[in-house]
Design a protein around this ligand. Structure first.
Ligand code: GUN
Ligand code: ZN
Length: 430
């Protein structure tokens, strides 16, 4: 049971602007506190300004408290696919992923996995995720039910896929439309749940199904849309052979009316100039999935190039192509990819990205991603000395930015001392 008001004390950090744009981008309060009422943030200030007699207090000193992490691309039915050996994208999908996703129509499987999945997310400090479910509406139903029970903001959708995969993970244009429609009616806007219309990618959808996805987008302009774009060179060749009239990969989604600032395009690695220009013009988002891009050997995301062209990018784990649920480990690998591109991921930009930056990519910055009053109290408490190696390194850290960089490179779920979802602690006290 959550007390009506509670005060959470620690070293408070959040962002109000993008560090790429301005030096005045964050707020850091050394002895800070967050006043929460009914799961919402009422105020953030010095501890002494907010403390009063009788208020329930939780003291997290000396840890950092930030807005909970946001993962903008993850596959819920791949919790038992992560760390599958030796393949690049198309073989990996056929060998490991599609067979595993078949299991999500078995009685009891999706609810059990949904519980485990949400525990993994909050265990790693992630309080909102944008998730692909399996083709079976039961998988999305299970994920939304479990998230709603936790009052946790999920954006999710059942994948629409009607070709180039085993029958057990295929729908039809009409069934994909009807099932998505029913899930939207039931879950979009129910509590903190939001629906993402989810044509998996062009390879697994016929033009008829893409047209149905476009119809759903027209009927529900408020829903997100998620898919994959230009992840792997073999994938691009196959895609263009399936849609011979398309000018390029993005054109398939463009022709079917999917482009807007609600669209999240996972990977977006091997893009042509026309595609980048259209993404910028339409506000369509790219989503960088560093651990996945390295694990599947897909390629090196061009963060700086997309930014310069005016494309907004999110960052995400892409489990189970990705290899860690941790947004800190995602930043670690992301830093290294940008190094290979001659680009820099500074610690302030990194922590902005996995909080406010991803909220902006989702258009949800009024509710999540910062500690502004009125935001939901989704918080992560970070221990920069969680391991002996981190504690030793921290002896030589002199600035907040150095500390953040140590977390960005060495941190994982061991650094997550606590996670709050709408004011509720998700890790049981030890
Ligand atoms: N493209 C289509 N489906 C998938 C998927 O499940 N994972 C990744 N990484 N890419 C995809
Ligand atoms: Zn993906």
């Amino acid at each position: 049971k959550i007390p009506m008001q509670q005060l959470i004390r620690g070293r408070v950090l959040d962002f109000h602007a993008d560090p790429h744009d301005t030096a005045d981008n964050h707020r850091y309060i050394q002895d800070g506190a967050i006043l929460i009422e009914d799961g919402k943030i009422l105020a953030v200030d010095d501890y002494t300004a907010l403390a009063r007699e009788g208020l329930v207090e939780i003291d997290h000193r000396p840890h950092l408290i930030l807005p909970g992490f946001i993962d903008t691309h993850i596959h819920f039915p791949q919790v038992q696919v992560i760390a599958s050996w030796g393949a690049q994208l198309l073989d990996w999908l056929n060998t490991y992923t599609f067979p595993e996703e078949e299991r999500f129509n078995q009685q009891g499987h999706a609810p059990a996995m949904a519980d485990a999945f949400l525990n993994l997310l909050t265990g790693h400090g992630t309080t909102t995720a944008v998730a692909f479910c399996s083709v079976h509406p039961e998988s999305a139903e299970a994920l939304f039910s479990a998230a709603h029970a936790r009052n946790m903001a999920m954006v999710a959708g059942k994948v629409m896929m009607d070709r180039n995969a085993p029958d057990a993970v295929l729908d039809t244009p009409q069934r994909g439309y009807d099932d998505s429609k029913a899930l939207i009616a039931r879950w979009h806007g129910t509590g903190r749940q939001r629906y993402a219309i989810t044509p998996r990618f062009a390879i697994t959808s016929t033009p008829e199904q893409m047209a149905m996805a476009g119809q759903l987008v027209r009927e529900h302009p408020d829903c997100h849309v998620q898919t994959h774009l230009s992840e792997n060179l073999e994938e691009i060749d196959f895609t263009l052979s399936l849609y011979p009239q398309a000018r390029d990969y993005l054109d398939i989604y463009e022709t079917h009316g999917l482009l807007s600032d609600r669209l999240l395009l996972g990977h977006s690695i091997h893009l042509r100039p026309r595609e980048i220009a259209r993404m910028a013009e339409t506000g369509s988002r790219a989503v960088f999935c560093p651990t996945s891009n390295l694990f599947l050997g897909s390629g090196l995301f061009d963060e700086g190039g997309l930014r310069a062209a005016g494309v907004v990018s999110g960052i995400a784990t892409d489990v189970g192509g990705g290899t860690s649920y941790s947004m800190l480990q995602t930043l670690n690998e992301g830093y290294k990819i940008l190094q290979l591109r001659g680009q820099k991921l500074t610690p302030l930009s990194a922590f902005h990205w996995i909080t406010r930056g991803n909220a902006l990519a989702l258009g949800m910055e009024d509710r999540i991603g910062t500690l502004a009053p009125g935001s939901m109290a989704d918080l992560v408490v970070l221990d920069s000395r969680a391991t002996p190696a981190m504690a030793l390194r921290m002896e030589r850290a002199e600035t907040l930015e150095q500390e953040l960089f140590i977390l960005q490179i060495m941190g994982d779920d061991r650094s997550v001392a606590q996670t709050y979802v709408a004011g509720q602690a998700m890790k049981t006290a030890v």
